[in-house]
Design a protein around this ligand. Structure first.
Ligand SMILES: [Zn+2]
Ligand SMILES: [Zn+2]
Length: 456
C-alpha cells in the first residue's frame, strides 16, 4: 500500500459544533431511551477518580506480586448456586439470570471469587508455583433495590491468594487492602471474625439453631426458612426484629477448635505487627456461604461505630474460603481473598475531598490550520509523542484562537502552529505560551529544538 493511501485511510474527525461533555441540562425530547434502573454512566468528569483508583490498585498489585486475571461477566448459574449458597440474599433475590438461546441458564456474575476458583481448576493452576496470587477489576451485577450510592452494575477490585493455608496470607490481604486505601487517601479499620471450619462449625450451628428456635416467633419469614437450612445466615439479617436478637446469640469464639483458634490468634498478631486497626465483630458472617475461618469487612476509620447501619457502608470485605475449590470439584485448596466496591471508594474519596495527584500533563500543544496541515500533523504528532514529548492536539477545533484557548487550558509551555504556509515552506511556528513570542523554525529540526527547550 502506498504512503498516500495510508494517509487517506486515516480520515480526520469532522469538526463538531457541540461540546459533548459540557452539556449540563438534558436535551428536551422524551423519546430518547432512558438509562436502565440501577445502572450508571461514568462520565468524563468522574474518570479521574476511576483512573486514580485503578492505578493505585495496579501499583499495589505489582508491588505485592499479584497477577491480573479477567474472567467473563456471564457464567453458568450453577457456579454461583453451588458456591455462594442458596439461602443467601444474592442467590435468593439479587442475581441477574436469564436463559440464553441455547436453553442454558446463565447469570451475570454477582462477584468474582467463584469464577476465579473455577478458573484455577479449569486451567490447572495447581501446577504453577504455589500460592497463586491473582487480582482483578471489573463490573459485577446484583439486582438489589436501588438506593443512594448502590447500583445494579457496580465495580470491584479484588485480590485472591490460592493454595495458602497459613494465616500470613490473610494478613497479607489485609495489608494490601490497607495499602490501597492509604494511597487513595482513606484510612480504614477492619471488622474481623472467624467462622470456624468443617471440624468445629457444626457444633456452633447446632447451638445457634437451638437459640433461634427458642425465639422463632420473633423472626422474619425469611429467617424462619433459613433456620432450617442455614442458621448462620440469621446473623446477617437486616430486619430490625432479627438484628436485635443476635446480640444474645451464642458466639462462634466459644466453639471453635484449637486449629481455628490458633489461625485466628496468629492473624491478629500479624495485624498488630503491621499496625492495622481492627475490631472483633462476633456477628460478622458476610453474605456468602463459602467462607471458612477468617472473615473481614473494611470501614472508614472514623465511622462512629461498626454497627448494623454502617455495615451497609463497608468499603469491601473478604475472608478465607478453604473449601471453595473443592466444592467446585478441584482438589482441596485453602485460599482467601477480598474485594472492594470501586463506587464506594470513590464516593468516600469525594466526601473527603481527596486531592487526586494529576498525571504528567502535556507540555506542548499542536495547533493545526487547514487540510494539508492536518494531514501532516497526524504524523508529526505521533513522531513527537513517541519521542517522549508530552504533547496534545485537538482536531475538532478549527480556528487558531480556539486552539490556543485549549492550549491555555492545558497550561502547556509551548504551542506548535502548523498552517498551509508552513507546510509549503517546510517550517513550523513555536509559540512560547508565557511570553507570546513566536519563532519560525525548520520543520525537520522541530524535535531537536523542542527537546532543547524542554530540557529533555
Ligand atoms: Zn430475619
Ligand atoms: Zn475449627
Amino acid at each position: 500500500m502506498s504512503k498516500r493511501r495510508q494517509f487517506r485511510k486515516l480520515s480526520l474527525p469532522k469538526p463538531k459544533r457541540v461540546k459533548p461533555f459540557e452539556v449540563s441540562a438534558p436535551q428536551s425530547g422524551a423519546s430518547a431511551p432512558q438509562l436502565i434502573r440501577g445502572m450508571k454512566d461514568i462520565l468524563p468528569a468522574d474518570q479521574i477518580y476511576w483512573d486514580f483508583t485503578r492505578n493505585v490498585a495496579r501499583a499495589i498489585a505489582d508491588a505485592y506480586r499479584f497477577e491480573r486475571i479477567d474472567t467473563p461477566i456471564i457464567e453458568d448459574i450453577k457456579l454461583f448456586n453451588r458456591t455462594i449458597g442458596r439461602q443467601t440474599d444474592i442467590i435468593e433475590k439479587e442475581m441477574f439470570t436469564f436463559i440464553d438461546k441455547g436453553g442454558e441458564t446463565l447469570a451475570l456474575r454477582p462477584e468474582a471469587t467463584a469464577s476465579i476458583a473455577r478458573a484455577y481448576i479449569n486451567h490447572g493452576m495447581l501446577n504453577l508455583p504455589q500460592p497463586v496470587k491473582l487480582w482483578y477489576m471489573g463490573p459485577m451485577f446484583r439486582h438489589n433495590r436501588p438506593q443512594a450510592g448502590r447500583y445494579r452494575q457496580f465495580h470491584q477490585i479484588g485480590f485472591e491468594i490460592l493454595n495458602e493455608a497459613k494465616p500470613v496470607a490473610d494478613a497479607e490481604l489485609i495489608a494490601v487492602t490497607s495499602a490501597i486505601c492509604q494511597d487513595l487517601g482513606l484510612s480504614v479499620v477492619f471488622a474481623i471474625n472467624t467462622l470456624g471450619d468443617a471440624v468445629c462449625r457444626q457444633a456452633y450451628l447446632n447451638e445457634l439453631a437451638a437459640y433461634y428456635r427458642s425465639v422463632r416467633s420473633h423472626l422474619c419469614e425469611t429467617c424462619k426458612r433459613r433456620l432450617v437450612k442455614n442458621p448462620l445466615r440469621l446473623l446477617d439479617c437486616k430486619e430490625p426484629s432479627c438484628a436485635k436478637l443476635k446480640t444474645s446469640a451464642p458466639q462462634i469464639a466459644d466453639f471453635i477448635c484449637e486449629d481455628c483458634k490458633n489461625h485466628f490468634m496468629k492473624l491478629l498478631e500479624y495485624l498488630d505487627e503491621v499496625g492495622a486497626a481492627y475490631v472483633l465483630d462476633p456477628s460478622l458472617v458476610r453474605g456468602l456461604d463459602y467462607y471458612t475461618r477468617t472473615v473481614f469487612e473494611i470501614f472508614l476509620k472514623d465511622s462512629d461505630k461498626v454497627d448494623e447501619l454502617s455495615r451497609q457502608n463497608a468499603l469491601g470485605g473478604g475472608g478465607r474460603y478453604d473449601n471453595l475449590v473443592e466444592i467446585l470439584g478441584g482438589r482441596a485448596t485453602p485460599a482467601c481473598g477480598f474485594a472492594f466496591g470501586i463506587e464506594r471508594l470513590i464516593s468516600k474519596m469525594r466526601d473527603r475531598n481527596v486531592i487526586i495527584p494529576t498525571t504528567e500533563s502535556a507540555k506542548v500543544f499542536l495547533a493545526v490550520l487547514g487540510e494539508s496541515a492536518k494531514r501532516r500533523a497526524l504524523k508529526l504528532f505521533e513522531d513527537l509523542r513517541r519521542a517522549g514529548i508530552r504533547i496534545a492536539i485537538n482536531f475538532s477545533k478549527e480556528t487558531l484562537k480556539s486552539q490556543l484557548e485549549v492550549a491555555n487550558k492545558l497550561m502547556v509551555d509551548y504551542t506548535l502552529i502548523l498552517g498551509q504556509k508552513e507546510v509549503l515552506d517546510e517550517t513550523i511556528i513555536i509559540r512560547d505560551m508565557s511570553t507570546g513570542v513566536q519563532e519560525i523554525v525548520d520543520y525537520k529540526k522541530i524535535l531537536i529544538i523542542l527537546k532543547k527547550k524542554l530540557g529533555l
